[in-house]
Write a protein that binds this ligand. Sequence first.
Ligand code: ATP
Length: 236
Amino acid sequence: MTKTFGDKVALCDVSFTVPSGQICGLLGPNGAGKTTLFRLLMGILKASSGELEVGGLDAFEERVAVKRLIGFLPDEPVFYSYMSGRELLELSAGMHGLDPYDAMDWIEPLARRLRLADDLDNYAEDFSRGMKKKLGLLLAMLHRPQLLVLDEPTNGLDVESTHLFYDIIEECASAGTTVLFSTHLMDHVSRLCSHALIINEGTLVAQGALADLQALHKVDTLETLFLKLTARPHQA
Ligand SMILES: Nc1ncnc2c1ncn2[C@@H]1O[C@H](COP(=O)(O)OP(=O)(O)OP(=O)(O)O)[C@@H](O)[C@H]1O
């Protein structure tokens, strides 16, 4: 699958699979194409050539159905300014055809674990960056999607919240949810993920189980592997 913006090739012949029920880290330097890949997965963008499927459905042509399979946390979640966190969750539940009371019964314990429950009745626009990320995760998980797609999920989270966030993601994966998340934090991927995709300048340079990738490239750490596969010449 290839995605161009005018003359710019953002993703070039990228072909990948995310193993079901696993946590997969999407890594790449700034501008590598990670957010573009997520926007293609969500049907926000259309591939310039090739295909991208989610659960056997075309990510663009069948994007309404695909959105039922995916929970997406954008890097910078944006909310309606006049709605509280709770109202946003209830609205989202309705859009997914869920009973809002049942949905809140399932999501409120998670809000409590993330220390967000006491703020749910405040306007989401007034939330701090980390609080917006937490609400974004709850919105992504609300309809119990098969695939969680998280764009730099721990950006803006404090240390304790990062641990709580990852605990929840690991529980989702244990329950069968597939997780794909982008980050620049190699140690987080090493700790959390079984698999990784590495993109460099729009090209997929590695994909597979972390242990296999490190053995294949004869490196001890993911960071060394990343630096090896994404080395670029200095700018003049
Ligand atoms: N709408 C667009 N129009 C033109 N170019 C774009 C557009 N969206 C992305 N690009 C370009 O595509 C490339 C990939 O961008 P993308 O945002 O996917 O990178 P990224 O890996 O998410 O980067 P970062 O780690 O900095 O968030 C960049 O060169 C970017 O400038």
